[in-house]
Design a protein. Structure first.
Ligand code: SF4
Length: 427
């Protein structure tokens, strides 16, 4: 039997795309291989959101060149955001790559393999994996219409297109029947779900439909935009029992001029108001955010406003990145990447230090409490899962608890994870 290996970098949307592709490859009769070097079909699912991600993809392509040259029968495919809609120089730079596929466009590879293996590829790309994880992803809206000045996504994933509620609910039902307990509804801007559909459909109505799916225990969604996070969505999180109290709301920068230059469409004060509304309506909600340091023209004082917001809001999790110019974006065309690399690194270090201390204190409050954890599997010999607030929890137990909801008494806390043991009452 032939084998495949899918290597993925980037966001959860890329991970979801890879899962779908793996499912299709499985339906073509291929088995999952252990490494790129040994597999007959190698797929690199790429990301170009940051320069560092793109560098990793180029590194992997370079590493695989001699592998492919020694075994020309292997199929090497490059997929994801590195592949532009228009013809570019990729095929000239990497002539040993057999197939180039834009995000979610699996057909060229599936057709090629269908021909080689003599299998009809019709219907192979479906949502169903034979053995889906306990917690998995469902893309619900593709693309993004926002065109933030630093971001390449709208150029690579196109304009927003929502799947219907029925389509998403059917997929969630199939997944639940196969043992999935938690789904995360995905979109680059998930809060704008439904605006392109008939009727007054929004993310709140979709959450209500998925909340009704029998067998599912939890529902999450990623990633939000402050301008599209409506009261309807906040209300759905507050009222629906399976929708977890966790929201990832990127603010990107704390200074109003930088926010305007980024074309984010809100101010520092408006962002703070939104957070206040969320906290008022959803008691106990946990919050995550994404931010960028060292955007074009960012002065020390402007950076301080970002640091201040991180201190004031007290997020549970912060994903901070140093700005890097992405060719083709508005910022690349009109602005100068003028903050030196050392200074970006220093600013990143400050944010990380603040966040480590904030997260240490937030998590310390959980010491001695009992948390309901959905057990996702084993890592380094221990069971792991997350509580409703998306906190990673590790514990030891002899029985197989994968896919179960376990009450875990928290015995140790740190900034990035919690550790505990099965609560007495649950033994
Ligand atoms: S909302 Fe902005 S940052 Fe997010 S994907 Fe769209 S353009 Fe990029």
């Amino acid at each position: 039997m032939q084998s495949y290996y899918v290597w993925t970098v980037g966001c959860q949307m890329n991970r979801a795309d890879s899962e779908r592709l793996e499912s299709a490859l499985g339906q073509l009769g291929l088995s999952r291989g252990q490494s790129a070097r040994d597999a007959d079909v190698i797929v690199l699912n790429s990301c170009v959101v940051r320069e560092s991600a793109e560098d990793r993809v180029v590194g992997m392509l370079t590493h695989l060149k001699p592998v492919k040259q020694r075994a020309p029968d292997k199929v090497l495919a490059l997929m994801g955001c590195m592949v532009a809609p228009r013809k570019d120089t990729l095929a000239e730079r990497f002539p040993y790559v057999d197939v180039f596929m834009q995000p979610q466009q699996y057909d060229p590879l599936i057709e090629l393999l269908g021909e080689r293996l003599g299998v009809d590829p019709e219907g192979c790309v479906g949502p169903l994996s034979a053995t889906p994880d306990v917690a998995t992803y469902i893309p619900i809206i593709h693309g993004c219409d926002k065109f933030c000045s630093f971001c390449i996504i709208p150029y690579r994933r196109g304009r927003e297109v929502s799947r219907t509620i029925e389509d998403v609910a059917n997929e969630a039902t199939h997944l639940a029947r196969r043992g999935v307990k938690e789904v995360t509804l995905l979109g680059q801007n998930v809060d704008s779900y439904g605006h392109d559909l008939e009727g007054s459909v929004h993310l709140g109505s979709l959450l209500a439909a998925v909340n009704d799916v029998e067998g599912l225990e939890r529902v999450r969604f990623l990633t939000s935009h402050p301008n599209d996070m409506s009261d309807d969505i906040i209300g759905a999180v507050a009222d629906l029992d399976k929708v977890c109290e966790h929201i990832n709301l990127p603010f990107q920068a704390g200074d109003d001029q930088i926010l305007a230059d980024m074309r984010r469409g809100y101010t520092n004060a408006e962002y703070r108001d939104k957070i206040a509304r969320i906290r008022e309506r959803i008691p106990g909600v946990s919050l995550a955010t994404d931010l960028i340091v060292g955007f074009c023209g960012e002065s020390e004082r402007q950076f301080e406003r970002t640091a201040e917001l991180v201190r004031d809001i007290r997020f549970d999790k912060v994903h901070a990145a140093a700005y890097s110019t992405r060719p083709g974006t508005i910022a690349a065309r009109l602005m100068e990447d003028d903050v030196p690399a050392d200074e970006k690194k220093r600013r990143l270090g400050i944010i990380e230090e603040i966040q480590q201390s904030v997260a240490t204190r937030i998590n310390a409050r959980l010491l001695g409490t009992t948390q309901q954890v959905l057990v996702e599997g084993r890592r380094k010999g221990r069971w792991f899962g997350r509580n409703r607030n998306d906190k990673l929890v590790f514990f030891d137990h002899e029985a197989d608890l994968e896919g179960k909801l376990a009450d875990i008494e928290i015995q140790r806390t740190g900034p990035w994870s919690l550790q505990g043991a099965l609560a007495e009452s649950a033994r």
